[in-house]
Design a protein around this ligand. Structure first.
Ligand code: B3K
Ligand code: ZN
Length: 847
């Protein structure tokens, strides 16, 4: 193996002043010539070998300062010995041949249905040409593309074009991972933009002919993102053109290549008929995220891949702020915390736990994780809470001016906050270097005059980190009087010691609202009565904690149903009903409050309480819970559903989306008592995908909808993105006993194009996300997922490795299930020729 360590970092031996690339595109034999203008790096003493990364390249010629050199590359690159290199600036020219049509890994230069495109982050550029493929080598790129295809794109500004060729020049030095090239038969949806300082920018979204009428929302999101970054962070765009391209075959969501963002088509294309409200929301967020990378990622990049959270955590934080500003901060925060707990807490509590800034890796692609992204964003949110909004803004201004053009580190990042505030952030830095979710225990006391709140933190051991020092944890607190009045508005307590007591003078015993806004990514442990939770659900002025109180109640109820066979009591049902029908509350919030705890979340909670979760039982009890809610709310559901009908044409805004979300939540409940009559009618009358698929889900959930499924397929078989929903939905709603069988049947469907990552995720990913089905006692779910990962791995290791995280939760379950998972992991580990990507994941999950 080739483990890379943060502690081994050294600056590169040489500086790259300029790169000139020429591509002669051909599916089976693309020629790439690269002319690198190099100079010895003064930061590295003495004359050094020049090592260029390169993988899977056929070297046709190599020249040093114009003179041919006879050197043979090895498996991972090419070394030009120091003895051959001058002390002064010099040039290296290479010509290589590559075969984009044979590239199934979708990394480097590859083809997607006749169009050429690239994905270089993290280390894909070395599959295109010989180059120092590391983020701290920043160079100016000039690119010439030769091809008969009509649209030829690369980074930067256009620098000329003619029949069969185009040239691009990027004035901003960048690392190779931000290189991009696209060539294809594409059409643009275009719009003009003028920056705050008056620079015109041509905005283009490039798609396949026929898709150009589905780009309006992405374009609108882009324009709003550009304006927002100017207004909120003072960041302007810096080229004359900004191109976005939609591709059908893509390993992830999107990529922030300089001036040429490449997107998974499912995060660009949208119309009311084909995209759900969730799709619209994701498009808005991802367009913003990639755009925001222009400053946080591109203008200021990462010194090495260990610093990945420097750009990803910050950019996620920025896109979360943006979505909050565009939609609703309360709803966005709840959604983000749901995601954080479902993905990051799960990761942090299992064998794949790693710090926000890892200190070693085998395959860097395995570290584009919820921890680096989502916990990375939480860390920035905590920093902002600790220093306050004004100092956060000053620190960011300093960051942008001090580090523009740099490849920076987490130390650089924290230093700007230290310089602006005068604070020592050494303890805070542990959030970056230590894995695991801290647990904060709460005890309290009131003596008639003073309320004492004692907070104690424990930091659980994680792989490679048995012991941890206390962290600096911002705990946002509010206090309420028993009559519901707020007596202490939100105040940030700083928990820095293992145990600390905070005191407040008050003549009444207050009800505390702790960790408001989820002010730190921790697990809060406190003995709370159902009455107090119901009180906070009714009275908390902090919308996050209001929702959290309801969620905790629901989890308590479900836990007792699972462990004791209890039934939902009238208190909880009444409290839920009050929120569901409270017209003073945002419908989106009410929809979230009606969402029952996820099965995987319940399994994690039971495990934390020392109980091995039984997935089949969780599934059954959760359904029983939904039925109890449905019966309790039933009399008022039809009126609620009617009142939420949107008259006019579909609009994707947050208000309308929130109303649809509540309407569908109500419809799903009603389906359990009306036999599906209302859902079938809603499905037949749906004029948008949110309602079409939402009502279909209601039917599948109660064992109906076969005819609707067939009609849906007939209507949408031409549309890949919509058909992904059709595949995923059937598996998501399959009962535990049937999930593997339904999945197997769908893998035999002629449209199951398993080499397409979206389709693979829609089917195999849907099975891993079906908690009861994946963890079925027979082991059929585990086996089927492992079979498909092994089949995908030789072609597309990145996606196979990413999806193997399905197995990361095995320590929660009973010995029989653990043995089944270990058997599958062992089978995968023992497979000859396993990719480095999947091998690393499997090894980490086995240990
Ligand atoms: N930076 C890319 C992710 C690259 C993943 C490489 N395996 C997208 C993003 O975070 O914006
Ligand atoms: Zn990103």
């Amino acid at each position: 193996d080739r483990t890379v360590f943060l502690s081994d970092y050294q600056p590169f031996t040489h500086l790259v002043e300029q790169v000139a690339l020429t591509f002669r595109l051909s599916p089976g034999a693309t020629r790439v010539t690269a002319r690198l203008s190099l100079a010895p790096n003064p930061a590295r003493a003495g004359r050094q070998d020049l090592r260029l990364d390169g993988e899977g390249l056929t070297l046709l010629s190599l020249r040093l300062n114009g003179a041919p050199l006879a050197l043979t590359p090895d498996e991972t690159g090419l070394t030009i010995p120091a003895g051959l290199l001058p002390d002064a600036p010099f040039t290296v020219e290479t010509e290589v041949e590559i075969a984009p049509e044979a590239n199934t890994a979708l990394e480097g230069l590859y083809m997607s249905r006749g169009m050429y495109c690239t994905q270089c982050e993290a280390e894909g550029f070395r599959k295109i040409t010989f180059y120092p493929d590391r983020p701290d080598v920043m160079a100016r790129f000039r690119v010439r593309i030769e091809s008969d295809l009509p649209v030829l794109l690369s980074n930067g500004n256009p620098a000329g074009q003619g029949p069969g060729w185009a040239e691009w020049d990027d004035p901003w030095p960048k690392p190779a991972y931000l290189f991009a090239l696209v060539a294809g038969d594409l059409v643009a949806h275009s719009a003009p933009f003028t920056t705050a300082s008056g620079m015109p920018v041509a905005l283009n979204i490039w798609v396949r002919p026929g898709d150009q009428d589905r780009c309006a929302y992405a374009m609108d999101s882009l324009i709003r993102s550009m304006r927002w970054d100017e207004q909120v962070y003072g960041r302007e765009y810096d080229l004359s053109v900004f191109n976005i391209v939609a591709v059908d075959d893509f390993n992830m969501g999107a990529m922030e290549n300089k001036g040429l963002n490449i997107f998974n088509s499912k995060f660009v294309l949208a119309s009311p008929e084909t995209a759900t409200d969730d799709d619209f929301g994701r498009i808005e967020a991802i367009i913003a995220h990639e755009y925001f990378h222009n400053w946080t990622g591109n203008r200021i990049t990462c010194r090495d891949w260990f610093q990945l959270c420097l750009k990803e955590g910050l950019t996620v934080f920025r896109d979360q702020q943006f979505t909050g500003d565009m939609r609703s901060h309360a709803v966005k925060r709840i959604e983000d915390v749901l995601l954080l707990r479902a993905r990051q807490f799960r990761e942090d509590g299992g064998p794949l736990a790693h710090p926000v800034r890892p200190d070693s890796f085998v395959e860097i692609n395995n570290f584009y994780t919820a921890t680096v992204y989502e916990k990375g964003a939480e860390v920035i949110g905590m920093l902002r809470r600790l220093v306050g909004d004004a100092d956060y803004a000053r620190a960011l201004d300093l960051y942008f001016t001090r580090h523009d053009g740099d490849a920076a580190t987490i130390e650089d990042w924290l230093k700007v906050f230290e310089d602006v505030t005068g604070r020592d952030l050494a303890q805070f830095k542990r959030w970056y270097t230590e894995a695991g979710t801290p647990v904060v225990k709460v005890t309290e006391d009131w003596d008639g005059a003073t309320y004492s709140l004692t907070l104690s933190q424990t930091n659980p051991p994680t792989p490679g980190q048995p012991e941890k020092a206390p962290k600096l944890i911002p705990v946002a607190l509010g206090l309420l009087n028993p009559n519901g009045d707020e007596i202490l508005p939100t105040t940030v307590l700083e928990l820095a010691e293992p145990t600390q007591t905070f005191r407040f003078k008050t003549a009444t015993r207050p009800v505390p609202s702790i960790l408001r806004g989820f002010s730190a990514p921790v697990v809060l442990e406190r003995q709370v009565t159902p009455e107090e939770r119901a009180f906070l659900l009714a009275h908390d002025t902090d919308p996050f904690n209001k929702w959290e109180a309801g969620r905790a109640l629901a989890k308590d109820v479900l836990a007792r149903m699972v462990t004791e066979g209890a039934s939902p009591g009238p208190d909880w049902l009444d409290a839920l009903a009050r929120v569901a029908f409270d017209e003073t509350l945002d419908p989106a919030f009410r929809a979230l409050a009606l969402r029952l705890p996820a099965e995987d979340d319940m399994a994690a909670t039971l495990h934390a309480a020392g109980i091995a979760p039984d997935p089949a039982r969780i599934w059954a009890e959760r359904r029983r819970m939904a039925e109890a809610v449905a019966r309790h709310l039933a009399p008022r559901l039809p009126a609620l559903i009617d009142s939420l009908a949107e008259p006019g044409p579909f609009t994707p805004d947050a208000r309308a989306a929130g109303r649809r979300a509540l309407r569908l939540a109500a419809l799903s409940l009603l389906s359990r008592v009306d036999g599906g009559t209302a859902a079938a009618a809603a499905h037949a009358g749906a004029d948008n995908m949110t309602e079409e698929i939402g009502s279909l889900a209601c039917l599948l959930d109660i064992g109906q909808g076969a005819a609707e499924l067939a009609r849906f397929e007939g209507r949408w078989s031409h549309d890949r993105n919509v058909m992904d929903k059709w595949f995923a939905l059937q598996i998501a709603y399959a009962a535990p006993d049937l999930a593997a069988r339904v999945t197997t049947a769908l893998t035999a469907h002629p449209a199951f194009d398993w080499k397409n990552p979206n389709r693979f995720r829609a089917v195999i990913g849907a099975l891993s996300a079906n908690h009861g089905g994946f963890h079925h006692a027979s082991g059929a779910g585990y086996r089927l997922v492992a079979d498909w990962l092994l089949r995908l791995d030789p072609l597309n290791p990145q996606t196979a490795a990413r999806m193997s995280t399905a197995f990361e939760t095995w320590p929660r379950y009973d010995t029989a299930r653990r043995a089944l998972v270990q058997g599958e992991l062992a089978r995968m580990a023992g497979t000859a020729g396993l990719s480095r990507d999947l091998a690393e994941m499997v090894a980490r999950m086995r240990s």
